[in-house]
Design a protein around this ligand. Structure first.
Ligand SMILES: [Zn+2]
Length: 185
């Protein structure tokens, strides 16, 4: 979306970024996951040199994030790659599901594996059906396990309230790190 207020900044000593001035208290920086552009918003009163030095101080973080985002493969489509993902995920779940159903003390739920565009998984407690995104096969065993535990927790707690997070903390104490590593879809 073109933004009249946005200014493209390119200085050899600072990573390239697009600056938007806003009525706000603190500077914010993010990387557009699609275009890999660095976007900074800053209060009207913050001098440009401070914004430049803020961005420059985070140059290595910016480079790491851009490399990680660029390494994410193209979205899955139906076909051989999706079927390979299904086979991988099925194998992992053959191992994970009995272990986690025992820990949660629940009968195995119905399971669907499919390409999902906006979420890693879902759980319908009323029909006891958990759906997992085939994409998880490309993100690793630990990520698939994290999403499985998240969805199993929804069999007990529908919403992401304190009791939901207490369940996650109890069962998978490092879930926050896994969630951060997985990132948004
Ligand atoms: Zn959830």
């Amino acid at each position: 979306m073109p933004n009249q207020n946005a200014e493209y900044r390119s200085d050899p000593s600072v990573p390239e970024y697009t600056l938007t001035r806003k009525k706000m208290r603190n500077m914010r920086m993010r990387i557009d996951s699609r275009t890999l552009e660095v976007r900074v918003s800053a209060p009207h009163s913050t001098p440009l040199w401070r914004i430049d030095s803020f961005v420059a101080s985070r140059a290595s973080w910016i480079n790491e994030r851009i490399a990680a985002l660029a390494a994410v493969p193209e979205p899955l489509v139906h076909g051989a790659e999706a079927e390979r993902c299904r086979a991988v995920l099925e194998e992992w779940l053959d191992e994970l599901m009995p272990v986690w159903c025992e820990r949660f003390d629940v009968a195995p739920p119905h399971l669907s594996l499919r390409i999902m565009r906006s979420r890693w998984g879902s759980c319908r407690a009323s029909t006891r059906r958990i759906t997992l995104n085939l994409e998880l096969a490309r993100r690793g065993y630990g990520m698939a396990e994290y999403v499985l535990v998240h969805e199993l927790s929804h069999l007990f707690e529908l919403n992401h309230g304190p009791r939901f997070y207490a369940l996650m903390d109890h069962h998978l104490p490092d879930w926050r790190e896994r969630k951060a590593a997985l990132g948004p879809l």
